[in-house]
Design a protein around this ligand. Structure first.
Ligand code: ADP
Ligand code: MG
Length: 613
C-alpha cells in the first residue's frame, strides 16, 4: 500500500496560516506597525493605496535588520523576540510569534528594504507567494521599509471577500489609531493615496488624543490617575457633553496593548451614570498597567481580549478611578459610591463570604494593593461641588492651546482667572424667579443666571462639536417632501452636510424638491417642514454677515430656535442640570451672541449694596 500523507509545500502551509493572521489589509497594517515599534522606531510613515488592496507601505527609523535577518524574517516562526517558553510569560513586545511576515509574504508581493546603523549598505528583498525572488544590497536609510503590494493577489476568494474601500480604509484607520494612541512619544504619519490623513508629532498623550480624535476634545479631557502597587490606571476621560451614540471613542489599553472589553467599558459608563443618557457612550482613553503575570492577554494576533485574575476588582477599580476624576474636577458634583447592580449580582457578592474565601481574598494581589490608603476605593461620599479652583485650573490649562477656530465667531471675552464662587462652597438651592432666571444660592451669596442664555451657550458648544459627535437623528416615519424656491434650494444644498451633523437629514430629489428623512428628536412630528423653513428664513436674514461661515450661521440659528424660553418653568433637577452643563462649557460667561449669562454677588458685595441704599 502506498503512503498517502504528504507534507504541504511551504507556500500553501503559509497561505493557510495567513488566513488566521492576515484577514484584511488592516491586519497587515497592525502587524507592520507593531514590528516597527518593537524595532524601536521613533518615526513611522504608513502609506496606503486603494484601501491597502494595492499597497500598504510602512517606513520606520528603527534598528533595521542584517542581510541574513532580512531573508530570515519571512520564514515561519522566525522571531527575534522569544528564545524559550519562559519568555512567553513576561513578553513585553507587541509581537513574538514570528508569523506575521511569513503570512503576509504568502499572500502578497512584498518588497523589503532595511539597514542597520552599523552597516555600510542595506538589503533589499523581493518575495511573493513565499518565494524569494531577489535579494541584493541596496542604498537606504537606517530602518526598515516594507511594501506590501496586491494583498491576496494569489487568493482570489479572499480578495473578493474584502469589503468596500470605505470600510477597509476605516478599519486601517482604526488599527492605526489604536497603535498611535498607545505610543504618543512616536511620530506617526498616515497617507491615503496622496492625501495625508494624520500627521502626528511626538508628544504627550493629551496632544495625541486631540490629534487623533479631533480638536473638539481639546478642552474636554479630564485626567485620570490612580497608581497602586500592582495595578495602575491613567489616561483621560472626556466630559459628559462629548458622549456619543456610538462606542467610537472608547480606548482601553492594558500594558500598552489595545484591548476590547465590554466589561471594562461598562465600568467606565457606570461611573458616568446620571451624567449622560442611557444610550450614550462616554469617550475615554485609559491605560491600565498590571503585572503581566496577573493577566492573560489573549495573544492571538486577531483577538484583543483579556482575562484578569479578578475581573470584578478591576471593574470596581476602573469605575472608582473614573468617578474620582469626575468628582475631583467637579464634573459630577455628587458622587454615590454604592456598587452598581451588575456588580451586586456577581457571585462574589451574592454568595456568603466564608472564612476560606476571606483568606483567599486577602492573599489576592489586588486586595492588597487596595488597602493602601487614599486610593480610589477609599473616596468618601461627597456631596459638595468640589474644587472649583481645580476645575478652573484644567479649563485654563486647556484654553491655552485651544484652536482659535473653535472660538470663531464668538465675541469671546477671555475668562479671567476668576470663577463664580471663589471659595469652595456649594450651591444650596436653586429657585426660579422673575420668570426666567435661576437664583442659585450659596453660603456666601448667590448667582443669578439667565436660563435662556445659559441654554443657548450649552447648545452652541454641543453643536459646535457635532463634527465629531453627531446630533442624534430621529427618522421620519413618513419621509416628507418639500418644494423650495431655486434660491432656497441652492442654500439648502450648501448646508446639507452641516444640517446632517446637526440632526437634519435632507435629501435632494431632483430640481427644487427635497425629502426630509429625519430631524433632531426635539422637533415635534408635524413640525418638520416648519423647522426647515424657519432655518432657511433666519439664514437668509443673516446672510449679510459675511464674517461667519455657513455652519456657524446655521448653529446660531438653531441655538436661538432651540434654547428653552424665558417663560419655561423648570424643576429643581432641570435647574441643577442646566447649571452643571453651563459651567462645563468652555466659555460659561457669555452667550453665543456675547451677552452676559449670569451675575454673582458675594456677602461683601451684598453688604456694600445695602449700605449704599
Ligand atoms: P514577530 O514580530 O512575531 O517576531 P514577524 O513575522 O512580525 O514576527 O517579524 C519577524 C522578525 O522580523 C521580528 O522578530 C524582527 O526581528 C524582524 N522585523 C520585522 N519587522 C521589523 C522592522 N520593522 N524592523 C526591524 N526588524 C523587523
Ligand atoms: Mg511581528
Amino acid at each position: 500500500m502506498l503512503d498517502i500523507i504528504q507534507l504541504l509545500p511551504d507556500n500553501i502551509a503559509n497561505q493557510i496560516a495567513a488566513g488566521e493572521v492576515i484577514q484584511r489589509p488592516a491586519s497587515a497594517v497592525k502587524e507592520l506597525l507593531e514590528n516597527a515599534i518593537d524595532a524601536g522606531a521613533t518615526q513611522m510613515h504608513l502609506i496606503i493605496k486603494d484601501a491597502g488592496k494595492e499597497l500598504i507601505q510602512l517606513s520606520d527609523n528603527g534598528k533595521g535588520m542584517s542581510a541574513t535577518d532580512a531573508r530570515l524574517c519571512f520564514e515561519r516562526h522566525a522571531t527575534s523576540k522569544i528564545k524559550s517558553i519562559e519568555d512567553l510569560f513576561s513578553i513585553r513586545t507587541m509581537g513574538f510569534r514570528g508569523e506575521a511576515l511569513a503570512s503576509i509574504a504568502a499572500v502578497a508581493q512584498v518588497e523589503l528594504k532595511t539597514k542597520r546603523a552599523e552597516d555600510e549598505v542595506g538589503t533589499r528583498v523581493l518575495i511573493e507567494n513565499s518565494i524569494v525572488k531577489l535579494q541584493e544590497p541596496c542604498q537606504c536609510n537606517v530602518g526598515t521599509t516594507i511594501m506590501v503590494k496586491n494583498l491576496f493577489y494569489n487568493v482570489p476568494a479572499r480578495r473578493n471577500f474584502l469589503k468596500s474601500n470605505a470600510t477597509e480604509t476605516r478599519q486601517i484607520i482604526d488599527e492605526f489609531t489604536r497603535v498611535a494612541m498607545a505610543f504618543p512619544s512616536i511620530a506617526f504619519k498616515l497617507s491615503n493615496n496622496t492625501t495625508t490623513i494624520f500627521h502626528l508629532e511626538a508628544g504627550k498623550l493629551k496632544q495625541r488624543i486631540v490629534g487623533l480624535l479631533g480638536n473638539s476634545f481639546q478642552s474636554k479631557l479630564v485626567p485620570v490617575e490612580e497608581p497602586t502597587e500592582v495595578v495602575s490606571i491613567k489616561g483621560f476621560i472626556a466630559t459628559p457633553d462629548t458622549a456619543s451614540k456610538t462606542r467610537g471613542n472608547q480606548y482601553f489599553f492594558v500594558n500598552n496593548r489595545f484591548i476590547k472589553s465590554a466589561y471594562l467599558n461598562h465600568a467606565v459608563s457606570a461611573a458616568y451614570k446620571d451624567l449622560i443618557d442611557k444610550d450614550e457612550f462616554p469617550a475615554f482613553v485609559l491605560f491600565i498597567d498590571i503585572d503581566s503575570h496577573r493577566v492573560d492577554i489573549n495573544v492571538h494576533p486577531t483577538k484583543q481580549e483579556i482575562k484578569f485574575e479578578d475581573d470584578r476588582i478591576v471593574y470596581s477599580f476602573v469605575s472608582a478611578a473614573v468617578r474620582h476624576s469626575l468628582n475631583k474636577y467637579s464634573i459630577a458634583p455628587s458622587i454615590d459610591f454604592t456598587l452598581n447592580p451588575e456588580i451586586q449580582s456577581l457571585d462574589a457578592i451574592t454568595k456568603p463570604f466564608t472564612p476560606s474565601l476571606q483568606e483567599a481574598t486577602k492573599k489576592d494581589f489586588l486586595f492588597q494593593s487596595f488597602t493602601e490608603k487614599g486610593k480610589a476605593h477609599f473616596l468618601e461620599k461627597r456631596n459638595d461641588i468640589a474644587n472649583w479652583k481645580e476645575l478652573y485650573k484644567i479649563q485654563s490649562e486647556f484654553k491655552l492651546n485651544t484652536d482659535v477656530d473653535e472660538q470663531k465667531g464668538i465675541q469671546s471675552e477671555n475668562n479671567e482667572n476668576k470663577l463664580p464662587i471663589e471659595n469652595e462652597q456649594h450651591i444650596q438651592k436653586f429657585i426660579q424667579i422673575a420668570g426666567g432666571y435661576i437664583l442659585a444660592t450659596t453660603l456666601n451669596g448667590f448667582l443669578l443666571i439667565d436660563q435662556h442664555l445659559a441654554h443657548q451657550r450649552i447648545l452652541y458648544e454641543k453643536m459646535q462639536n457635532t463634527k465629531t459627535t453627531k446630533w442624534p437623528i430621529q427618522k421620519c416615519l413618513i419621509p416628507i417632501t418639500i418644494e423650495l424656491s431655486p434660491s432656497d434650494a441652492v442654500l439648502i444644498n450648501a448646508i446639507r452636510e452641516d444640517l446632517l451633523d446637526l440632526g437634519f437629514e435632507v435629501e435632494p430629489f431632483g430640481n427644487q424638491t427635497f425629502i426630509i428623512q429625519g430631524v433632531p428628536s426635539d422637533v415635534k412630528t408635524g413640525q418638520e417642514k416648519e423647522s426647515i423653513d424657519a432655518i432657511l428664513e433666519s439664514l437668509k436674514h443673516e446672510q449679510n454677515d459675511l464674517k461667519l461661515d455657513k455652519r456657524e450661521k446655521l448653529i446660531r440659528t438653531l441655538v436661538t430656535q432651540k434654547a428653552i424660553l424665558q417663560s419655561r418653568k423648570l424643576s429643581e433637577m432641570e435647574m441643577k442640570s442646566l447649571y452643571d452643563k453651563l459651567f462645563a462649557c468652555e466659555n460659561f460667561k457669555l452667550s453665543p451672541f456675547g451677552k452676559k449669562i449670569w451675575i454673582e454677588m458675594n456677602a461683601v458685595q451684598i453688604a456694600q449694596q445695602i449700605q449704599y441704599v
